[in-house]
Each structure stands twice: as structure tokens, then as C-alpha cells.
Design a protein around this ligand. Structure first.
Ligand SMILES: Nc1nc2c(c(=O)[nH]1)N[C@H]1C(S)=C(S)[C@@H](COP(=O)(O)OP(=O)(O)OC[C@H]3O[C@@H](n4cnc5c(=O)[nH]c(N)nc54)[C@H](O)[C@@H]3O)O[C@H]1N2
Ligand SMILES: Nc1nc2c(c(=O)[nH]1)N[C@H]1C(S)=C(S)[C@@H](COP(=O)(O)OP(=O)(O)OC[C@H]3O[C@@H](n4cnc5c(=O)[nH]c(N)nc54)[C@H](O)[C@@H]3O)O[C@H]1N2
Ligand SMILES: [Mo]
Length: 667
């Protein structure tokens, strides 16, 4: 969450800058957000509600009024509920760039209606979050501003220059004081190229590296016995049963790093008192991602860094923002319902029974591009009898499959309360400009649909300001200290945890090397590194492994409607190591086809040593229309991670060939 200043002139958004008064945003906005005037005023925005006139997916629509659209939607929903019950509707709103009211109240609508609900977040953070919760507990990590006091900074699977420029700015400031920056990433990201040390390990081997570092710390007497004794649980068992299996030679074999690199990093980490690990999510979007995250999140417990300001680890901060979310998200309705996992949306649309899904509502998500097995999602969306409504500022690929498309307001056109997931701030943001065209905010849409569906919960008639008061009522932890008047004033509110070391919210109240909760749920109680059998099988059939990473000038597809940023990001491409390219007689700039048993996509080729042989990197998820054909997620597996039922984009194996090919794609 950035704190932004938007200049407005003549009803139009002009320059957008970071608020210099908010210490983390510190006066600058990233390359994407700085262009949000072009997002708001993009000529590609949908101006009115639309009804489909062509085939699903074709994108032919005719304008209708809001009243016609809402009548049709609520009429169809009422009919479906009468005939098949509310579970035949799948309603969801995902994240986009919204605050708690706009994201939450659509969820509240479907909660109150008792429809099937989406287990959201599995494409993003459920795996890493579950792993963190089992290790540290459901609480935020180290304060990113404390990095001013760090003596070592580790970006572990986080491309800070792309996804966290404000943290990167703090890291650079620390480096000017002589603090080294280490990047642990399978590719030479921009962040890796700027770092002091880059450990270019193999994809999915982080647990082995972290356990190998612990092995050396234990061997060399660099563990903080006092801290371990008081603040952690189960280290002795890990040291006795797991760490002996991770001597440097074996870790080198697994990770592809040299023994010297591993020794040097362990010595550096062991010598540091206030080491700060910024953990990214990318390393958890694969089969054994949960285990990887657990192992990395345990490291600062071995040296006691969790106990010192400037030390510890940060995955996310959001869990420490304990607002009264239920007031918005769960006004009434059944506590339990049928859940659909984001990663198997296609399956659910195609094969769910008792009852099958007859209606789908999507807001702030573009599953036809961003979900795993996007081909299956599209086959599901193409079902003629599925009544689909999409609420979006743009005619996304998903919206092209809708029966009714509703124009959505962006965050600059609506008031909301924003909670950060990478910093410890909360802020009320007013609307900078009114909704463009006939756009409605999610909040307004949820209230109108709820009223027309006959829901009587007061929250569906509460103005935004009063709804924010509901979020604050009964807030816990640091969020309980939020002053309503100060929040209403619109200034950033800091809710950082009190000083005094990382709090642990596990059952033992300590950092859990050994987790009884995991054991009880049938998982390994301690982290380990094992090869994944299905990955080994897939690897035998396909020569390349997919590495995905966020685009620099695109955030998923949310900026696909900003021409400038599309051009800055460039033609959708993949990256292959020179050896792999030479072997296939492919050259930089060629057009290529990436394929596996799920499908094929067409992209431009860049040949570079950014990745090692055996890997193909595809940054971002560019919608078809920008690519030569398809979208990368058509190739991605829909299996789940070891923890949290998350998406496994990077457990995808594939091959590459010249584009186009004369023969039919091999399957
Ligand atoms: N510019 C930009 N910013 C964004 C987004 C965007 O799309 N574009 N998306 C936003 C969203 S929704 C999210 S969730 C966050 C995500 O932000 P981050 O968590 O920082 O990004 P990740 O997706 O985790 O990817 C970071 C790095 O992980 C590396 N990686 C991949 N596999 C492995 C592995 O096995 N081990 C290790 N050590 N590293 C690995 C990738 O090469 C990549 O450089 O970013 C947000 N910010
Ligand atoms: N291959 C691959 N796939 C990935 C990832 C990866 O690393 N690799 N990362 C995954 C991650 S971390 C995430 S979070 C997901 C993101 O997946 P999505 O949530 O599908 O991502 P966006 O492209 O941000 O989609 C948001 C949609 O919401 C619309 N929108 C923006 N603002 C608003 C609003 O205020 N109201 C409404 N109603 N709509 C709005 C945008 O126009 C866009 O169409 O993608 C996942 N997919
Ligand atoms: Mo995400």
C-alpha cells in the first residue's frame, strides 16, 4: 500500500506522486502507479453496462442501462436460486487495487446470499501464508522501516526492484552505510544484478539452502542458544534429525550453488546480528513451496535476529491489521458453504455437480488469463448455459465471456479504507475524481444488488464513512489504537507492532521448528527437502521448467489498458539461456511457441543468461491480443502446493520451438 497524492484539474487526474509525509512511500510512486492518470482516463475503459451480442469469448456487446443490467442479473439469480438453490451461483471479488470496503462488500453480498464462494488467494499467497502461520503464527513480520537498523539484507525470492521499490530504496540507503545486500533467486533479476551477492540457486531448492545454512551455523557454533531456548520450539529435534542430512556438499548438489558460496553466505548470516530477510512469494508457487517458506522463516530464529530491531524476516504485514472485517465480509449467511479453489476454477465450471454452477459473478479478477490451467477456465466460461457477470473497468479477456459486463470504478474514483500488506500503515483515501462514464464502485454495486435481492442487512444501506466505522469497531491489536477522527482526516496511520522483537502466535507462543499442528494435520512437523515425484516425472518428459516473475511495468493484467506501460513492458516474451537457444537453432528476437500437454502459447524470444539452462522465464501474464497467441497460464498445472492449497505455476514443465510450426503441436 502506497500513500499517494493525486493532482486533480478540471475533473481529471493529473500527476500522481508518493506522499512525502508517509515515511515508507517517501515521496515517490512506482513506474506503474505514477501512470494511473492514464488508467483512469484510458480510452479503453468500458463506459456503460454491456450485454453480449456475439458468441462467448468473441467480445461483441451492446450498451444497456444500469437498470436493465441489474434487472436481468437479479432476475436470473432469483430464478437460479429458486430452481437449484444458491450454491448454483459462484460469486466472488478478488483484490485488484482496492481497499477493504470495495473488496469486502461484494464478498459480503455472496456470503449473505449463501452462494458457493471462491477460496481466493490461492493464486497468490495462501501457501506462503499458511507456512508462515504454522511457523511464526498469524501475525505480520519485521517492520520494513526497521531495515534502517539492519546489518545484512537478504532478498529471498523477491525481485524488490519490480515489486517493492520502496523497500528497495530503504535497502539502498542501508547499503550506503555499508550494509551488504544478498539476493537469493534462480534468475539474474534486476535486483540480483544490483546486489552485492547473488546466490543463483535452482528453482524449488530454498529449503535445502536454508537447512544447509542452519547446518553450518550449528557446526560452527554460530547459533544463539539463549534465544533458541526462550523463544523457539523444537530446534534440538531439527538439529538432531534433519540438519545432519544437509552438509554443504549435499546442499551444493541440490541447489547448484558451490560449496564455497554456501559456506560464505552461512558465515555472513551467522556473523550478522540484525539480518533482515525480505521473503518473496515466488518461491512458494511450486509443489513444495510451503516447506521452502517454513525453512527460510526459521533462519532468523537460529541466530536470534528475530529478537533485535532491524533483524528478522518479513513476508507480509497484513495479519497484524486486525480490523473487524466480518462486519463487511460476513453480514449474514451460512458460515460454511461450498468452496471453489481459484486454481481449479475451470474444473468447477465444467464438472461441479449437486448443483452444477449456473451463474458466475467476477469482480476485480481476470481468471481467463491469471489462473492456472487458463484453457480449462475458458472452456468453463464458454458454457452457453452459464450466466456470467463481470465487473471491471476494462473489457478483460474474462469479460469477453460474460453475458453482462458492468463498468467498474478504479480506486481513484471511490473512497475506501486501505490496509497494506508490505508496510504497517492504514489509510483512508477519498475519491480523487467521480467515477468515469457510467462506472460504479464495487461498494455501490454490492449495495444495489443486495437491496434488489431483498437482503436486509444494515451494511447494505450504510454509507462508506459509516461502514469504515464498522471496520474499526472491535478492531484488535494495533488496529484498536486507530483514532476514527484521524483516520477520517485521510492521513497515513502507522500501526507497526511495538518494539521488543518478533511476536509468535503459534500454539506454543514460540517460533516453531517443530509444529504439532502440522503433524496433527498429516504433514511433516519439521521442514525437510525432498525431490517431488511428479516434478521428476514431468521433467523426464519435458526439457524445460517454467520460471514466472512479476512484470516490471505490468501488474498481472491490471495495467493492460494503459498503452504507455504496455509499450514499456514490450512485446510479451520469454527468456532462454544461450546454450538452449543454440541447441535449438533459435536466436534472440525469434518468435517461439512454448508448449506442453495443456496447450501452446506464442511469444517473442530473448536469449540471455538471466536464467540457467533448463529453465524458461516468462515475466508477467500478458493477455492474448498482446501475445502471438494464448497466455502462459494455459500451460500451468492446477495441482496444489504442499500447504495452503496454493497454485503451482512453477511446477510446470514444457518445451519450446519456432513459431509457427508446420505440423500440429505435439501433445
Ligand atoms: N511490478 C509488479 N509489481 C507487483 C506485481 C506485478 O505483477 N508487477 N504483483 C503484485 C502481487 S499480486 C504480488 S503477490 C507481489 C509478489 O511480489 P514478490 O513476492 O516479490 O514477487 P514474487 O512473485 O515472489 O517473485 C519474486 C522472485 O522470486 C523468484 N523465484 C521464483 N522461484 C523461486 C525459487 O524457487 N526460489 C527463489 N529463491 N526465488 C524464486 C523469481 O525469479 C522472482 O524474481 O507483487 C506485487 N507487485
Ligand atoms: N503465470 C503466473 N500467473 C500468476 C502469477 C504469477 O506469478 N505467474 N501470480 C498470481 C498472483 S500473485 C496474483 S495476485 C494473481 C492476480 O490475478 P488477477 O486478480 O486476475 O490480476 P489482475 O490482472 O490484477 O486482475 C484484476 C482485474 O481487476 C480489474 N480491476 C482493477 N481495479 C478494479 C476495481 O476497482 N474494481 C473491479 N471490479 N475491477 C478492477 C482489472 O482491470 C483486471 O481485469 O495472478 C496470479 N497469476
Ligand atoms: Mo498476488
Amino acid at each position: 500500500m502506497c500513500s499517494l497524492l493525486a493532482e486533480v484539474e478540471g475533473g481529471r487526474v493529473g500527476r500522481i506522486t508518493g506522499d512525502p509525509e508517509q515515511p515508507f512511500t517517501a515521496g515517490f510512486a512506482c513506474a506503474k502507479v505514477g501512470r494511473d492518470a492514464e488508467l483512469v482516463h484510458s480510452p479503453e475503459r468500458i463506459r456503460t453496462p454491456l450485454r453480449r451480442t456475439g458468441k462467448k469469448g468473441e467480445g461483441h456487446f451492446a450498451p444497456i442501462t444500469w437498470d436493465e443490467a441489474l434487472e436481468e442479473i437479479t432476475g436470473r439469480w432469483r430464478q437460479i436460486i429458486a430452481e437449484a438453490g444458491p450454491l448454483a451461483i459462484l460469486g466472488y471479488a478478488y483484490s485488484a487495487h482496492q481497499g477493504q470496503l470495495n473488496r469486502g462488500l461484494l464478498l459480503g453480498l455472496f456470503h449473505a446470499l449463501g452462494t458457493s464462494r471462491l477460496l481466493a488467494g490461492t493464486v497468490c499467497d495462501t501457501c506462503c501464508e499458511e507456512a508462515w502461520n504454522m511457523t511464526v503464527g498469524p501475525i505480520g513480520g519485521a517492520d520494513p522501516e526497521s531495515v534502517a537498523d539492519s546489518d545484512l539484507i537478504v532478498a529471498w525470492g523477491a525481485d524488490l526492484v519490480a515489486t517493492n521499490v520502496h523497500f528497495w530504496a530503504k535497502a539502498e540507503a542501508a547499503r550506503r552505510r555499508g550494509v551488504p545486500i544478498v539476493v537469493i533467486d534462480p534468475r539474474k533479476s534486476r535486483t540480483a544484478r544490483l546486489a552485492d551477492t547473488h546466490l543463483q540457486l535452482r528453482i524449488g531448492t530454498d529449503a535445502a539452502l536454508a537447512l544447509g545454512v542452519m547446518h553450518i551455523l550449528e557446526r560452527d557454533g554460530l547459533v544463539d542458544r539463549d534465544y533458541i531456548g526462550v523463544q523457539t520450539h523444537g530446534f534440538e529435534r531439527l538439529a538432531g534429525e534433519v540438519l545432519p542430512h544437509f552438509p554443504p556438499q549435499r546442499v551444493a548438489q541440490i541447489t547448484g550453488l558451490s560449496g564455497a558460496e554456501i559456506e560464505a553466505f552461512a558465515a555472513q548470516y551467522g556473523a550478522a546480528k540484525r539480518s533482515f530477510i525480505r521473503i518473496g512469494e515466488g518461491m512458494t508457487r511450486l509443489a513444495r513451496g510451503g516447506e521452502a517458506l517454513r525453512a527460510v522463516a526459521l533462519l532468523p530464529g537460529v541466530t536470534g535476529a528475530y529478537g533485535r530491531r532491524g533483524g528478522g524476516a518479513l513476508l507480509m504485514t497484513a495479519a497484524s491489521c486486525e480490523l473487524n472485517y466480518d462486519a463487511i465480509r460476513k453480514p449474514s449467511g451460512p458460515a460454511e458453504t461450498r468452496l471453489v479453489n481459484h486454481s481449479r476454477l475451470g474444473d468447477a465450471l465444467l464438472a461441479m455437480t449437486d448443483p452444477p454452477l449456473h451463474a458466475l459473478f467476477v469482480a476485480a479478477n481476470n481468471p481467463a488469463v491469471t489462473c492456472p490451467d487458463a484453457g480449462a477456465v475458458r472452456r468453463g466460461l464458454a458454457r452457453e448455459e452459464l450466466f456470467t457477470v463481470v465487473h471491471d473497468p476494462f473489457l478483460s479477456v474474462t469479460a469477453r465471456y460474460a453475458d453482462i459486463v458492468l463498468p467498474a470504478a478504479t480506486y481513484l474514483e471511490t473512497a475506501d479504507l486501505y490496509r497494506a500488506y508490505g508496510t504497517y500503515y492504514v489509510q483512508y483515501g477519498r475519491a480523487a475524481v467521480p467515477p468515469q462514464g457510467d462506472a460504479w464502485s464495487n461498494f455501490r454495486l454490492a449495495q444495489e444488488l443486495a437491496q434488489r435481492m431483498g437482503l436486509t442487512d444494515p451494511i447494505f444501506r450504510t454509507p462508506a464513512e459509516a461502514a469504515i466505522a464498522e471496520l474499526l469497531r472491535g478492531a484488535k491489536g494495533m488496529a484498536a489504537t486507530l483514532d476514527r477522527a484521524a483516520v477520517r482526516d485521510g492521513r497515513p496511520q502507522r500501526i507497526a507492532p511495538p518494539e521488543g522483537g518478533q511476536e509468535f502466535r503459534t500454539p506454543s507462543g514460540r517460533l516453531e521448528f517443530y509444529s504439532q499442528q502440522l503433524a496433527a494435520a498429516g504433514h511433516a512437523p519439521m521442514p525437510d527437502w525432498q525431490p517431488d515425484p511428479r516434478e521428476i516425472e514431468d521433467r523426464a518428459r519435458w526439457p524445460l521448467r517454467l520460471l514466472t516473475a512479476p512484470g516490471y511495468f505490468q501488474a498481472h493484467t491490471a495495467y493492460a489498458g494503459v498503452g504507455f506501460l504496455r509499450r514499456r513492458e514490450g512485446e510479451p516474451f520469454c527468456v532462454l539461456h544461450p546454450d538452449e537457444a543454440t541447441r535449438r537453432d533459435l536466436a534472440d528476437g525469434d518468435r517461439v511457441r512454448l508448449f506442453n500437454e495443456r496447450g501452446a502459447v506464442g511469444l517473442a524470444l530473448r536469449v540471455s543468461d538471466e536464467v540457467v539452462p533448463g529453465v524458461v522465464l516468462v515475466p508477467g501474464q500478458r493477455p492474448d491480443g498482446e501475445t502471438l497467441a494464448g497466455t502462459i497460464n494455459m500451460l500451468c498445472a492446477d495441482r496444489y502446493t504442499d500447504l495452503g492449497d496454493g497454485a503451482t505455476y512453477q511446477s510446470t514443465f514444457l518445451d519450446i520451438a519456432r513459431w509457427p510450426l508446420d505440423e500440429a503441436p505435439p501433445t
